[in-house]
Design a protein around this ligand. Structure first.
Ligand code: XIL
Length: 299
């Protein structure tokens, strides 16, 4: 096939992108979006500060616009994200303890219920593990409500939208031997053993390229898949967009049957949160870069 999404679809996979609601009126942007991708992740519009800016007052306009666009184009939606230490509204940042736990669970329930039937996968919890050598949870207001906050969030999401696939998503979990990767692996293993509802694990893959490419990434993906979850590359971007690193990432996913899709974190370099690093598949004029050709050829 001649586009990323169509090539991925031939293998029962998705190839998606992060989308910003504010750009849906940019025809150069939507032309590429509609042509190339069969999955979208709202870049910011489903985060806690966007969907519940005041406690108990929910705001879905921008997220709904992205979902409507996606559905009109036959694209699947990844919801991002129900519980996270970052991009919390001020009211949530100031809560703690059982009050915060209840507010978090209410948020999960309300948002997952609003999008019930429209979101294929939810990043239920994002970035809950610490960097470095500990392999432990990241300290946060949510973590301080008790170590079971993650499974509580997954159970609430499952109750609100039983058909959605529920994912854990993180970064720096690509290298199989890293303590952080092992910490997440043990949590997923524990959840599967105890019947906590988890269906998938997302690997953000915000890479720096060059010799930093995680050469055992394929081992990581296959090891998690062997626990009985799907795995996804969820926020792919690579400093300076080297073709070899994009090709390797694509091949590593395709080598793992349960790696069912790849999402890049934006369309054009000018759309990227790392725009100074030109890390995406399309240049700022919307032209295909060498990395695009490498990915399409690998798919
Ligand atoms: C980023 C967005 O791209 C930016 O627009 C925003 O200012 C900050 O968040 N990990 C994640 C994403 O899970 O939600 C982040 O997205 C990038 C890192």
């Amino acid at each position: 096939a001649t586009t990323l999404g169509a090539s991925a679809a031939e293998q029962g996979r998705f190839f998606g992108t992060a989308v910003a609601a504010g750009k849906l009126g940019d025809s150069a942007y939507t032309t590429i979006l509609n042509r190339e991708f069969n999955q979208v992740t709202p870049e910011n519009e489903m985060k806690i500060d966007a969907t519940e800016p005041q406690r108990g007052q929910f705001s879905y306009g921008n997220a709904d616009r992205i979902v409507q666009h996606a559905r009109s184009q036959g694209m699947q939606v990844r919801g991002h994200t129900l519980a996270w230490h970052s991009q919390q509204p001020g009211w949530m940042q100031s809560l703690s303890g059982s009050t915060l736990r209840s507010a978090m669970l209410n948020h999960v329930t309300q948002v997952a219920s609003h999008f019930r039937g429209q979101v294929t996968w939810w990043d239920v919890v994002n970035e809950a593990f610490a960097d470095g050598s500990s392999g432990a949870r990241r300290d946060s207001n949510l973590q301080r409500t008790g170590n079971d906050w993650i499974e509580a969030a997954f159970r609430a999401a499952d109750a609100a939208d039983p058909n959605a696939k529920l994912c854990y998503n993180d970064y720096n979990t690509d290298n199989w031997t890293a303590a952080k990767t092992q910490g997440v692996y043990r949590m997923v293993q524990d959840f599967k053993q105890r019947g906590v509802p988890i269906d998938c694990v997302g690997f953000q893959a915000h890479f720096t390229g060059g010799s930093n490419y995680p050469s055992n990434f394929r081992t990581t993906l296959s090891s998690f898949a062997a626990l009985g979850v799907d795995v996804h590359i969820t926020e792919l971007d690579i400093r300076n967009a080297p073709s070899d690193a994009y090709r390797n990432t694509t091949n590593d996913c395709l080598a793992v049957p349960r790696c069912t899709g790849i999402t890049v974190w934006g369309i054009r370099d000018s759309d990227s949160w790392r725009s100074g690093e030109s890390p995406l598949l399309f240049n700022s004029s919307g032209g295909k870069k060498a990395a695009y050709d490498a990915v399409l050829a690998a798919l």
